[in-house]
Design a protein around this ligand. Structure first.
Ligand code: NIG
Ligand code: FE
Length: 395
């Protein structure tokens, strides 16, 4: 691949701790970047830029690291537009809605699931998410979870086994048997192609002991835990996540002081999913409280047909700033280095020499426009591993 020099970058977000910057974004102005062999080969002021095989004019736009979306559920069939419309007319959300998608997913062929997931992954990528995680959780049989893992693996290395999304309908009268199925044969069928194991530990899903049983089985099988925690009510999810050393506790909408303290004392990232509060018309989590306590915070889309049918990290940044009391730099960091930490991929979320050339160019002079111009597609180009996503690079 020939080298490519990106010129006329008005504002470059590097997230490089070596670049002194009050807001932690490692900002450079009037900058240039060289991409070579899929990596960032040079970063610095325009005036000092070396020559490269080809040039790309950024026209005074802002350049950021690609977003790292650490939480999505894009392997499913059907949609739940009617449920959303009913919710906007006053019907509250309940975890039980998941079963509607389970039925549609079981009826779909592998190819139908792959086409739908592929469409959403293309949306994620065009929206600037150069890395994304995908969960299973709409199959809930050994066969349907295994093929969900296989479909997810076609699109990402970051696959999460979520057989414990809700108790499968045919086990409604025997929860213990379902927990043993998930922790045994289902895990066995899914573990080879998954990196993570997740449990929805909340009202209408799984309790603390059930979650512990499943997460520990996953750890023994070589997976790393993450937990859907404290979305619908106060509960044990966050404490279980910290106890098992989870990479992240996701949602964190209803937190006690003890939950915040436990997160602050741990390596577990609090992943906030404002698309879910938007789409369920629920109160947003208080990101300020977490950040002020020193908790590591990530932002992710939670893209799924029930509670957050969006692939847009730009929307999540805007919501986090407007509704969750994050500053714009905090939200941009949470969507980049925060997501990288939640996926334990420290090489992601930064623009540094030797790192992957995962980059997002805005048709706007500053990253602030991501929140300042909500709902507008500002993304002019995306490079994933140095390859252009939106259109071919023009010399
Ligand atoms: O993250 N909370 C659990 N799972 C999804 C919702 C899934 C659904 O309703 O289909 C979430 O919001
Ligand atoms: Fe989720």
């Amino acid at each position: 691949m020939p080298s490519l020099l990106l010129t006329r970058i008005e504002e470059l977000v590097t997230n490089d701790p070596e670049v002194p910057c009050a807001d932690g974004l490692g900002l450079l102005r009037d900058a240039a970047v060289v991409i070579e062999h899929g990596q960032v080969a040079w970063v610095g002021p325009s005036a000092a830029a070396p020559a490269a095989d080809r040039n790309f004019d950024c026209h005074g736009g802002a350049l950021l690291p690609g977003f790292v979306d650490s939480h999505s559920h894009v392997v499913f069939a059907g949609d739940r537009a009617a449920e959303f419309a009913a919710r906007m007319a006053g019907t509250p959300y309940s975890a039980g809605g998941i079963r509607t998608t389970v039925q549609a997913t079981r009826e779909a062929t592998d190819e139908q699931l792959a086409v739908n997931a592929g469409r959403l992954c293309a949306e994620l990528l065009r929206g600037g998410s150069t890395t994304f995680e995908i969960k299973t959780g709409y199959g809930l049989t050994v066969h349907d979870e295994a093929r969900s893992v296989e479909v997810a693996r076609r699109f990402t290395d970051e696959v999460t086994f979520l057989g414990a999304h809700v108790v499968a309908p045919e086990y409604a009268e025997d929860r213990d048997a379902y927990v043993e199925l998930v922790a045994g044969p289902m895990l066995e069928a899914c573990a080879l192609h998954a990196r993570w194991i997740d449990v929805f530990c909340d009202r209408g899903a799984f309790d603390a002991d059930e979650a512990r049983r499943i997460l520990r089985a996953g750890i023994e099988r070589g997976l790393t835990p993450r937990v859907h925690a404290n979305q619908l009510q106060h509960g044990p999810g966050v404490q279980v996540a910290v106890e098992v050393g989870a990479a992240s506790a996701d949602h964190c909408t209803h937190l006690s002081e003890a939950d915040v303290a436990a997160l602050a004392d741990s390596q577990t990232v609090a992943t906030l999913l404002p698309g879910a509060e938007f789409s369920t018309r629920s109160a947003y989590p208080d990101a300020r409280r977490l950040l002020d306590a020193g908790v590591h915070v990530a932002l992710a889309t939670d893209c799924n047909p029930g509670t957050s049918y969006t692939t847009s990290m730009s929307l999540c940044i805007a919501l986090a700033v407007r509704e969750m009391h994050m500053t714009v730099p905090e939200a941009v960091r949470a969507a980049t280095v925060g997501g990288a930490r939640a996926l334990r991929r420290p090489e992601l979320g930064r623009v540094v020499v030797g790192g992957p050339a995962d980059l997002v160019l805005l048709d706007a002079p500053s990253y602030v426009h991501l929140a300042y111009r909500p709902g507008v597609d500002l993304i002019a180009q995306v490079w994933q591993g140095g390859r252009p996503v939106r259109s071919p690079d023009v010399s």
